[in-house]
Design a protein around this ligand. Structure first.
Ligand SMILES: CCCCCCCCCCCCCC(=O)CC(=O)SCCNC(=O)CCNC(=O)[C@H](O)C(C)(C)COP(=O)(O)OP(=O)(O)OC[C@H]1O[C@@H](n2cnc3c(N)ncnc32)[C@H](O)[C@@H]1OP(=O)(O)O
Ligand SMILES: NC(=O)C1=CN([C@@H]2O[C@H](COP(=O)(O)OP(=O)(O)OC[C@H]3O[C@@H](n4cnc5c(N)ncnc54)[C@H](O)[C@@H]3O)[C@@H](O)[C@H]2O)C=CC1
Length: 711
C-alpha cells in the first residue's frame, strides 16, 4: 500500500509500504494511484513527495507477481500520469531505487537521494528490460552512452555516481521532507526531451550489440535492451514506448525470464538452510570468527587466505614446503591488494602472518585445511590440528569430495568438523559448499554458513557423499564427454556444443584450465588408475575411459604445462588451439580398442552430457544430500558456469520436460547398458509418474515420498 500525509505547509507525502523492499505490488500501485489523486484534488497541496518506508525507496516491480495474472493498475500508465500532473512531484530516495522503483523516480519531476542510496536498472539480470518507460526516459536524461552501459549490465551505483550524470541531487542527511519550488515543469518531463546521442551513434550501437552478444552467450535480454535503446535514440517517445512494450512482451514470455527469476529466488532460498536433522538458522547460533588459519598455500589456500582477510579476519597461513611458503608470502599480499582495489576497499583489512609451523595455529577460532587431496595426509593434518588447537576450535576441510566424517573421527570434537569447499579462484568465485557430516553440530554448520555470507559467497549446505553435490554431478558429465571422444567426437566438437548451450567453457577447455592432474589424483585415490591397475575400459565393474589418465601420463596437464586437450602458447598460455597430437592420439586409442569412430550429432552430445548430470542431480535429491532443487541449481550457476538464463540443471530439466528427460535417458541407457549413470533415477520416474510437477513443488513431493518410504 501507500500512505498519504500532509506535511506542515503545502507538501503531500506519499509513503510506499511493502516490506522488506517496498516492491511495487498491485496494492502499492493502487495506493500510489489513489494518493496521487488525493494530492491533486487537495487545493492546499502545491507539491508532492514520494518516499519509501523504513529507509528504502523501492526495490522495483514485485517479482513474485510475475508468475501470476497481472492485477491492479499497470505501471506504465501510472508513471505516465505522475509525469503529466501539474503539481511538482519529487522522489525522495533512501536505501534502494531499483528497476521499477527507479523508473517511478524517472517519472517524477525531481529526484533527491541520500548519499548512501543505491540505484540501478537490474531488469536484465531477471531476463527483462526496464519496461516501465526506463529504457526511454533514462537515455533522455543521462544520454545514450551512459544508459547503454547501465541498462545492458544491470549495474547498480550509489547516488554520487548518478548525481554526476545529473540524474538526481544528493543530500547527506536522512530524507524526511523535501521542498520543491514552483517552477515550470515542462523541462522536467523526461518523455518530452530529446535523447542526447554521440555523433557516431550508429557505430556505438553496433559495437555495443557485438559486445553484448559476445558477453551474453545466448541470453536474450541484453540484446533486447540494446534494441530498446536503439528505439530511444531514433524514434519519438511514443513509438519508443511501443517498441519497449513489444520487446518486454517477448522477453516476459520467454523461458529465459522465468529461469532468471527462479535463479534470483533460489539464491535466497539456499541462504535459509535447514538440515534433515531440523537444524537451521532459527535454532543454531553461529560463532563470530575473528582469527582463522589456512593450512596449505597452493592454488586454493592462497585464495582462501585472501577471502578471509578481505572480511577483516586475521589469518595464520601455514605451508610446509619452503619454496611454496616463500612464493605465497610474496603472492598473497599482492592478490589481497588487487582484490581490495577491485572491491573499492581502501585498505585490505585483515592481518596475515605466514608460518611453516602448524603449532602457530593454536590461538585461532577456525582452521581451513587445503593440503593435497590425499586422505592419509589430511588425516595426519587433522590429528595434528586437534592436538595443537584450543578445545572448541572449528576444523574445516576444503576437500573436493573426500569423506568429512573420516576426518571428524580422528579429532577430539567431531561435532566441530565441517567441509568448506571453495571453488577456484577462492577469493573470486561466489560458491561455497558447506558440507555437514553425520556428526557435524548445527553450530559448526551455522558458523561456516555465516562465514561464507561474510565473505560474500553463496553458501549452500550439502550432505557428505563422494564429490558432495557439485563434483558428484560433474563425474557423469565428464564421463560422457570422454566416452564421446572414444566413440568419434573431438574435444572441440564437444566443447562447441556446450558453449553454444551457454557454458563459458566447454568441458575440455575447462579441464585444461583447472589442471588435468586434479581429477587424475582423485582417480588414483579411488583406485581407478595408477600403478598396478590394468589398462582396460572396464574398471570396478563399469565402463571406464582411461583417455584422461593417458593424456596426463603423456605429461599434458592442461594450461599449466602448455598442453592438454588443446595446445597453448607455452606453459600458462590461455588461448586454446586444436592439437594434431590429440587427434592422432584418439585415432590410435580407438584402433587399439577396436572402436570405430562415428559421426555424432550435436543433440546427442548435449543430451548425454547434460542429462547424465541432471540424472545424478535427481539421485542427490533422492539421497537427501541437497535440501532441494534450488540448492543444486545455485551450486551449478555460481560454481560451475551453468548459464543463468537456463536457471540451473534441475530447473532446465523441468523446462525440457521431465518425461522427455526420462525418455532420452532410457534411450541412451539402452544403447550403453554398461553406464550406470544413464539409468534414470527413481525420483525422476516418480515425478513423471505423478504428472511432472513444477520444480517449486519437488521439495514437498520428496519429503512426502520419504515419509511414505517411496524413495
Ligand atoms: C503478457 C505480457 C505482458 C508483458 C507486460 C507485463 C507487465 C510487466 C510489468 C512492467 C514491468 C516493468 C519492468 C520492471 O519494472 C521490472 C522490475 O522492476 S523487475 C525488479 C527489479 N528489481 C530488482 O531486480 C531488485 C531485486 N532485489 C534486490 O536486488 C535485493 O533484494 C535488494 C538490493 C533490493 C535488497 O537486498 P538485501 O537487503 O540483500 O535483501 P534480499 O535480497 O535478501 O531481499 C529481501 C527479501 O525481499 C525480496 N525481494 C527483493 N526484491 C524484490 C522484488 N523486487 N520483488 C519481490 N521480492 C523482492 C527477496 O526475495 C527477499 O525475500 P525472501 O523471502 O527472502 O526471498
Ligand atoms: N585446485 C582446485 O581447483 C580445487 C581444489 N580443491 C581442494 O583443495 C585442496 C588443495 O588443492 P590445491 O590448492 O589445488 O592443491 P595444491 O597442490 O596447489 O596445494 C596444496 C598445498 O598444500 C601444501 N601442503 C601439503 N602438505 C602440507 C602440510 N602437512 N601442511 C601444510 N601444507 C601442506 C603443499 O605444499 C601445497 O602447497 C585439495 O583438497 C583439493 O582437492 C577444492 C576446490 C578446487
Amino acid at each position: 500500500m501507500a500512505t498519504y500525509s500532509r506535511l506542515p505547509g503545502s507538501v503531500a507525502l506519499i509513503t510506499l509500504q511493502n516490506p522488506p523492499v517496498n516492491a511495487l505490488s498491485a496494492a502499492v500501485r493502487q495506493g500510489i494511484v489513489d494518493t496521487v489523486q488525493r494530492a491533486l484534488k487537495d487545493p492546499k497541496v502545491t507539491s508532492v513527495v514520494i518516499c519509501g518506508q523504513n529507509g528504502k525507496f523501492c526495490g522495483g516491480a514485485d517479482i513474485r507477481e510475475f508468475a501470476g495474472p497481472m492485477l491492479g493498475p499497470p505501471l506504465v500508465p501510472m508513471i505516465h500520469a505522475i509525469e503529466a500532473v501539474d503539481k511538482p512531484v519529487a522522489a525522495a530516495i533512501e536505501g534502494v531505487a531499483l528497476g521499477g522503483g527507479l523508473e517511478l523516480a524517472l517519472g517524477c519531476h525531481y529526484r533527491i537521494a541520500h548519499s548512501k542510496a543505491l540505484l540501478g536498472l537490474p531488469e536484465v539480470t531477471l531476463g527483462l528490460l526496464p519496461g516501465a518507460g526506463g529504457s526511454q526516459r533514462l537515455p533522455r536524461l543521462i544520454g545514450l552512452t551512459a544508459a547503454l552501459d547501465l541498462i545492458t549490465t544491470g549495474r547498480q551505483h550509489d547516488s554520487s555516481f548518478f548525481s554526476s550524470l545529473h540524474l538526481l541531487c544528493v543530500c547527506s542527511q536522512s530524507i524526511s521532507s523535501v521542498c520543491v519550488s514552483g517552477q515550470s515543469l515542462d523541462s522536467r518531463r523526461l518523455s518530452t526531451l530529446p535523447c542526447p546521442c554521440p555523433p557516431d551513434v550508429d557505430s556505438l550501437l553496433d559495437k555495443t550489440m557485438v559486445k553484448v552478444r559476445q558477453r551474453s552467450r545466448g541470453a536474450l535480454a541484453p540484446v533486447a535492451c540494446v534494441q530498446a535503446l536503439m528505439a530511444a535514440a531514433s524514434l519519438p517517445y511514443t513509438q519508443g514506448m511501443e517498441k519497449e512494450r513489444d520487446l518486454l512482451t517477448t522477453l516476459f514470455n520467454s523461458g529465459q525470464a522465468r529461469a532468471l527469476q527462479y535463479a534470483f529466488f533460489s539464491q535466497r532460498v539456499v541462504g535459509k538452510w535447514s538440515l534433515p536433522s531440523g537444524a537451521s538458522w532459527d535454532n543454531s547460533a553461529a560463532r563470530t570468527i575473528s582469527k582463522a588459519a589456512v593450512i596449505g598455500l597452493g592454488t586454493m589456500g592462497r585464495g582462501i587466505v585472501v577471502a578471509l582477510a578481505l572480511t577483516g579476519i586475521s589469518v595464520v597461513a601455514v605451508e610446509t614446503q619452503e619454496k611454496q611458503l616463500a612464493e605465497a608470502s610474496q603472492v598473497v599480499p599482492a592478490m589481497l591488494q588487487r582484490e581490495a582495489g577491485r572491491r573499492s576497499l581502501a585498505t585490505p583489512p585483515g592481518v596475515i602472518s605466514f608460518s611453516s609451523n602448524l603449532q602457530d595455529v593454536c590461538e585461532v577460532e577456525l582452521v581451513i585445511e587445503a593440503v593435497f587431496e590425499d586422505m592419509s595426509l589430511k588425516l595426519q593434518v587433522f590429528r595434528h590440528l586437534t592436538s595443537v588447537c584450543r578445545p572448541g576450535t572449528l576444523l574445516c576441510s576444503n576437500t573436493s569430495g573426500l569423506d568429512i566424517d573420516r576426518l571428524a573421527a580422528v579429532t577430539q570434537s567431531p561435532g566441530l568438523v565441517v567441509g568448506m569447499h571453495f571453488f577456484a579462484p577462492a577469493h573470486v568465485m561466489k560458491l561455497l559448499e558447506v558440507v555437514y557430516g553425520p556428526r557435524s553440530s548445527p553450530e559448526a554448520v551455522a558458523t561456516a554458513m555465516q562465514l561464507g555470507k561474510r565473505m560474500g559467497k553463496v553458501s549452500v549446505a550439502v550432505g557428505n557423499c563422494p564429490g558432495f553435490v557439485g563434483n558428484r554431478m560433474l563425474k557423469p558429465y565428464l564421463e560422457q564427454a570422454n566416452f564421446l571422444l572414444e566413440e568419434g567426437a573431438t574435444p572441440q566438437q564437444v566443447d562447441e556444443v556446450l558453449e553454444e548451450f551457454g557454458f563459458p567453457m566447454g568441458v575440455f577447455r575447462m579441464s585444461d584450465l583447472s589442471g588435468l592432474d586434479v581429477g587424475w589424483r582423485i582417480r588414483k585415490e579411488a583406485g581407478l588408475t595408477g600403478p598396478g591397475v590394468e589398462s582396460t575400459r572396464t574398471r570396478q565393474g563399469r565402463r571406464y575411459s582411461p583417455l584422461p589418465d593417458q593424456v596426463c601420463e603423456a605429461g599434458r596437464l592442461g594450461q599449466k604445462t602448455g598442453r592438454g586437450w588443446y595446445q597453448y602458447d607455452g606453459p600458462g598460455g590461455r588461448v586454446a588451439r586444436s592439437d594434431h597430437w590429440v587427434n592422432i592420439f584418439l585415432e590410435a586409442y580407438r584402433a587399439e580398442h577396436g572402436l570405430v569412430a562415428r559421426s555424432i550429432a550435436p543433440e546427442e552430445i548435449l543430451e548425454r552430457c547434460l542429462y547424465a548430470l541432471i540424472n545424478e542431480g535427481f539421485n542427490i535429491l533422492q539421497d537427501a544430500m541437497a535440501a532441494g532443487p534450488e540448492d543444486i541449481d545455485a551450486i551449478y550457476v555460481f560454481g560451475y558456469g551453468w548459464p543463468r538464463h537456463h536457471g540451473g540443471p534441475m530447473f532446465h530439466a523441468g523446462q525440457v520436460g521431465l518425461g522427455r528427460i526420462l525418455e532420452r535417458l532410457q534411450h541412451h541407457h539402452h544403447n550403453h547398458p554398461d553406464v550406470p549413470h544413464l539409468k534414470p533415477s527413481t525420483l525422476l520416474r516418480r515425478l513423471v509418474a505423478v504428472g511432472s510437477p513444477p520444480v517449486q513443488k519437488w521439495r514437498e513431493f520428496i519429503n512426502k515420498e520419504r515419509v511414505h518410504s517411496q524413495l
